[in-house]
Design a protein around this ligand. Sequence first.
Ligand code: DGL
Length: 271
Amino acid sequence: MRASPIGIFDSGYGGLTVFRSIADQLPDYNYIYLGDNARSPYGDHSFDTIYKYTLECVEWLFAKGCRLVILACNTASAKALRTIQQRDLPAKYPDRRVLGVIRPTAEVIDQYTSTKQVGVMGTRGTVNSKSYLLEINKFFPDIQVYQQSCPMWVPLIENNEHLEPGADFFIKEYCGQLLQQSADIDCVLLACTHYPLLMPKLKAVFPDYINVLAQGDIVANSLADYLGRHPEIEKKLSKEGKRAFYTSGDPAAFDEHASIFFGEALKSGKM
Ligand code: DGL
């Protein structure tokens, strides 16, 4: 089998914020990004639907030659990763790996809080799965986690309405609901890869002592560490610095909107 690219998957555009950090930190590898825009957002879908969609996309990336796929989507990591890792990979793809974004974030969250009170903002799917609650408490039983679902944020971002004044109501609403749960929260994790686009507005809404945390660099550090610990996988990766982008939706629409997530213009193809 030929040297393979790293696959990066999200329900739509959000994974591009993670891919940005990965591409900056590990620029030499070849990557294939896939956004399932035709079926996004995933946030309110059932477990079975998110698992089915995610597995289809992972299998598509496998068919493109990826041996290692990163689910750069919290909702897919919360709802599909475990089943894919525990059932599908051993049965059908024993030499492939799929990694998510929740565990690497949970592992380092203690570095960003002194009060040990952490807010987690995500889609309904991520929040209802309680994945962050469980993962963070596995590593740091003394950290108190407060969750807040923000169902309007992904639709606002996907429709490019997030920086308009009309978005302010829903930004203040969810931030206020989170802070009502505890006055001692000093770290707010953006547990959805779309949310870093709201950073300027969130920084204006949250008090200065709150650390508003995006995941991109955390996931990139964790991937670098993983590749260092797994030379058997690393040596099979192609290293020509090539990047390809695919969407299940309309490539022209994807290209127009994607640059605000990725920070540079790109050209995608149809899945
Ligand atoms: N960007 C995704 C996440 O990190 C999900 C957005 C969605 O499709 O609802 O959760």
